[in-house]
Each structure stands twice: as structure tokens, then as C-alpha cells.
Design a protein around this ligand. Structure first.
Ligand code: NAI
Ligand code: MG
Length: 348
């Protein structure tokens, strides 16, 4: 029996994560849930948005299903972690809960499959690609400071080690899933050293995978091509910040943020979460689309070898989407989160 740490999170998090857990239970997958609290509720209750016990729960279970967490813009909101791990005192200081979790648990690659589902309106057909986003460095670590009142500075870090393990995970994933091509997105023409190193390292790893074609695009040109002919892409290897941006763009190619799942994979732990955020504008109204978290749950089941349960959920979801009778507003229906979830469970 696999135990999963469930992190409902903020905003629509509890609604959509609750839906995914109910569906996973109904699928017959051999998993148990251990629910923990992070975010605004945890801050009220424990005085910190990310209690150390949450990290320990995920490290113990090796698996987490996470809802979105809310990060205030600007100001000096930080997540500070102080803990003892393997007898060593450790301190961390991060700009958001999501980043704190990824760093503390060393979830080095973010995997985001993007594909069309029947019944989900989109401008495109036949989109089926997977984004591999480096998850631990780049401008995204929030290494910033004010030089004076009118000047702010951020430091971009790219290492061969982090790039290589992300690239290797990506190429192996493509090979395992029968895919054919990796495209490396970068800005090496301008950021010659940092993105230059990212590109070169990706290409070096490609050398070990002769069966997978590898090409590259300057990031802005990649964005343009993605909206013109997304069906021509297969795997995308991206550094952290470009990966973040292109993930939302790619979600838009197949119906929006409500439908895009993700996995954060590390050497020992894996955490599954939707690409979307906490959607405070629609929280608590039973209108959020749970599909992205449900699909994140499907990725989790595949990751732990519960393939039959994953296939059952995928098929049930596909049927409900195709029928279009019980889908949420963003998918053109009138059903609430709960009715959509119940319809999927009824098909299982
Ligand atoms: P968002 O993804 O929460 O919302 C963007 C738009 O998409 C909103 O109009 C929202 O209603 C809609 N939307 C998102 N998910 C939906 C769903 N499942 N069903 C239907 N509509 C959906 O992005 P936003 O507004 O930029 O961020 C809100 C908060 O979420 C911020 O505090 C942000 O920091 C946080 N966030 C957290 C993430 C995480 O925990 N991994 C990821 C992205 C954002
Ligand atoms: Mg994002």
C-alpha cells in the first residue's frame, strides 16, 4: 500500500484536491492518504505556511499530491525553514511554498504533459507534448537584492549538474514513452554563458540517446512556433523560468490552466500538482475545474506502477469530457466541481 501525503493548499486547492482523492479512491488504486496543512490556514494555525512536519511527511511517504498555494506579490514574504535532517541543522529561505517544497525535497525536474482531450475546446488539434522544466535554479530561485532604492538585481544560476539530470530524466522519459524528439529552448544568443551552458549540456546528453532526435530554438521563436504549429513538438527541455512561462502558454494550447497536470520528480520523492494556481477569484464556489489535479493524480499512479487504476481514471475522465453533460464552466458546461467529480466516479 502506497501512502500519499495530501496537501490541499489554498483557494480552490481543497476542492480540486478533494475531487482527485475521491476519484483515486474509487479507482481501486492501492493508496492511502495522509492529509497535511500548508498555506494560509497553516499560517493561522501554526504560525508558518510550511510546517517542518509537512516536509517530514512527504520524505517519509516519498509521494505527495499537492494543491496550489497562494503567494503574495512583492513585499518581503518569505518561507523560512529551520530543521534538523540526518543530524544536521538546515536552514532555508524561499520566495514561495511551492519553491520551498521543490528545493527542500530536491525535486529537480518538473514534468508537464500537454495534450488535447476530446470535448475540451481548444484552437488546436493533435497537440501532444511533454515539457521538462529544470526545477531548482535559474533566475527563479529568487536570489535578488536591492542595490539602492532605485535598482534591483537578480542572479541567474545555471549548472551543468542540474541541467544534466533534468535532460537525462527528459530523454529517458521520451525513450520510455515511445516519443521521438527533444527541443531545447534557450536564449544562448544573449545569455551566452548561462543559457549557453544549458544548451550545450542538453546537447551533450542528447548524444547518449541516438534514437531521440534533438534540436533547439531560441525561446522567443519557440513561443511563436508553439502557437503556429504546436503539433510539431514532442519533448521540450527548458530552464526554470522559461519552463514556467512556456508551461502556461502550452496549457493554453489545449484548453487552459484548468486542464494541465504536472509532476515534480526527485531522486527519492515525487510531488504531483497542477500547473494552475489557487484561483482566489473562484475559490469556495464549487466551479473550479478539478481536471488538472485529477490528471496529476493519474501521473502519480503511473509513477508508482498503478497503471490499471491510472488507465481507468483517464478513460472515465475522457468519457465524461466527450459527453460534455457534466463538465465545469471553463469547459463549456454548467456542472460544479462536485457534479463533475461524481460523473467521473460513476464511470469508474
Ligand atoms: P491562477 O492559476 O490561480 O488563476 C489564473 C486564472 O485561471 C484565474 O482566472 C482562475 O480563475 C483560472 N483558473 C485557474 N485554475 C482553474 C481551475 N482549476 N478551474 C477553473 N479556472 C481556473 O493564477 P494566478 O491568479 O496568477 O495566481 C493565484 C495564486 O496562485 C497566486 O498567489 C500564485 O502565487 C499562486 N500560484 C501557485 C502555484 C502553485 O502552488 N504551484 C502555481 C501558480 C500560481
Ligand atoms: Mg507557473
Amino acid at each position: 500500500m502506497n501512502k500519499v501525503t495530501v496537501v490541499p493548499g489554498d483557494g480552490i486547492g481543497p476542492e480540486v484536491v478533494g475531487a482527485a482523492c475521491a476519484i483515486i479512491k474509487a479507482s481501486g488504486a492501492k493508496v492511502e492518504f495522509e492529509e497535511v496543512m500548508v498555506g494560509l490556514r497553516a499560517e493561522k494555525e501554526f504560525g508558518t505556511a510550511l510546517p517542518v512536519s509537512v516536509l517530514e511527511s512527504i520524505e517519509r511517504n516519498k509521494l505527495a499530491l499537492k494543491g496550489p498555494t497562494q503567494t503574495p506579490f512583492g513585499g518581503n514574504y518569505r518561507i523560512n525553514i529551520e530543521r534538523v535532517k540526518n543530524g544536521k541543522e538546515m536552514r532555508g529561505d524561499y520566495p514561495s511554498i511551492a519553491i520551498a517544497l521543490r528545493k527542500e525535497l530536491q525535486l529537480y525536474v518538473n514534468v508537464r504533459p500537454i495534450k488535447n482531450y476530446p470535448g475540451v475546446a481548444s484552437r488546436y488539434e493533435n497537440v501532444d507534448l511533454v515539457i521538462f522544466r529544470e526545477n531548482s535554479e535559474d533566475l527563479y530561485v529568487g536570489n535578488e537584492r536591492m542595490i539602492d532604492d532605485n535598482t534591483a538585481e537578480a542572479i541567474k544560476i545555471i549548472t551543468r549538474g542540474a541541467t544534466e539530470r533534468t535532460a537525462r530524466y527528459g530523454f529517458e522519459y521520451l525513450k520510455r514513452t515511445g516519443r521521438k524528439k527533444m527541443t531545447i529552448g534557450h536564449k544562448a544568443n544573449v545569455m551566452k554563458l548561462t543559457d549557453g551552458l544549458f544548451l550545450k549540456t542538453g546537447q551533450d546528453v542528447a548524444g547518449d540517446f541516438p534514437d531521440i532526435a534533438c534540436d533547439s530554438r531560441v525561446i522567443d521563436a519557440l513561443c511563436m512556433e508553439l502557437v503556429i504549429k504546436p503539433e510539431s513538438f514532442d519533448g521540450l527541455l527548458l530552464a526554470n523560468l522559461f519552463g514556467d512561462i512556456v508551461s502556461d502558454l502550452a496549457a493554453g494550447l489545449v484548453g487552459g490552466l484548468g486542464v494541465a497536470p504536472g509532476a515534480n520528480i526527485g531522486k527519492s520523492c515525487a510531488m504531483f500538482e497542477a500547473v494552475h494556481g489557487s484561483a482566489p477569484d473562484i475559490a469556495g464556489k464549487d466551479i473550479a475545474n478539478p481536471m488538472a489535479v485529477i490528471l496529476s493524480g493519474v501521473l502519480m499512479l503511473r509513477h508508482i506502477g498503478e497503471i490499471a487504476a491510472a488507465d481507468r481514471i483517464d478513460a472515465a475522465l475522457t468519457q465524461v469530457l466527450a459527453e460534455k453533460k457534466h463538465v465545469t464552466r471553463d469547459l463549456g458546461g454548467t456542472a460544479g466541481t462536485k457534479a463533475f467529480t461524481a460523473a467521473i466516479i460513476a464511470k469508474l
